[in-house]
Design a binder for this molecule. Structure first.
Ligand code: MLT
Length: 266
């Protein structure tokens, strides 16, 4: 569905009741990556999944220059939905960068964090050069160029060969992103700060979900987050690449449900 928040059209879905759980997608994706989470999670919490500006059904209003802008957008949607209690913020990859920016900006509104296929550290010089290259690709070839560049990197070898429907679905999602949205996100990721100090100050429960075959985030990235967030658990999912919620939905949902149970028990 769509709503208008602060004069901006925002696409989002909402299902279930109870603790608010906000699902923030990665790049260059949209809220459709959470399809398998609706069925799996809606009996356990109130699930809300927005499209970030410039992706899915959310309009791109002005250039995004920092990940904090997305965090503000999410916060405005949460406010517009009348949610006053602290939420569990779930971020996939770039969505993880946004989740950590949300924590930095709205610490009192975070009850727990789930960091999925992501990392806390900032871009290296090399990674920043890669952003510049991809900005040029997006301007020249559009979303198709970015999809072509990213698609082979986001799946585990097993998924890539055994699940062509999923590969085709993710390709369509990537191709649907707007060029302005892609360029904004690449610029924001390029400039994002190191979130390790943010995690060091966070004492609420944190779940880190990694893909054992993630080609974009390595095991050291995961260990770094686990060490920084003192109340954290790391779950590494076998046969999952960079898209654990889509590649291994059952294992992903089970880890989230177990985390929600522990939070209720605490
Ligand atoms: C993502 O999946 O959101 C991006 O690959 C993250 C990144 O490029 O740093």
């Amino acid at each position: 569905m769509q709503t208008t928040v602060m004069g901006r059209v925002v696409g989002y879905d909402e299902r279930g009741q109870g603790t608010p759980v906000i699902l923030i997608h990665g790049f260059p994706l949209n809220r459709m990556i959470w399809e398998a989470q609706w069925e799996g999670l809606m009996d356990h919490a109130r699930i809300i999944a927005p499209d970030l500006r410039g992706f899915g059904e959310s309009e791109m209003v002005e250039a995004t220059t920092e990940v904090g802008t997305y965090a503000d957008d999410v916060r405005e949607l949460v406010n517009a939905l009348g949610i006053t209690e602290p939420a569990i913020i779930v971020g996939h990859s770039m969505g993880g960068y946004v989740a950590m920016a949300y924590l930095r900006r709205y610490p009192d509104h975070v009850a727990g964090l789930i960091l999925v296929n992501t990392k806390a550290t900032a871009d290296t010089i090399e990674a920043q050069a890669g952003r510049d290259k991809n900005i040029a690709v997006a301007k020249e070839k559009g979303a198709d160029g970015i999809a072509e560049e990213m698609l082979p990197k986001v799946f585990s070898p097993k998924t890539y060969t055994s699940n062509p429907e999923l590969v085709a679905q993710v390709k369509r999602i990537m191709q649907s992103a707007s060029v302005a949205g892609i360029v904004g996100a690449l610029s924001a990721m390029r400039e994002r700060p190191d979130s390790t100090p943010t995690l060091l100050e966070f004492s609420q429960p944190t779940l880190i979900i990694a893909g054992a075959d993630d080609l974009l985030m390595n095991a050291a990235d995961q260990e770094n987050m686990k060490l920084a967030a003192r109340n954290s658990t790391l779950v590494t999912v076998p046969d999952a690449g960079h898209l654990t919620p889509m590649e291994q939905p059952e294992a992903f949902n089970n880890a989230v449900i177990e985390f929600l149970r522990t939070m209720v028990r605490a």
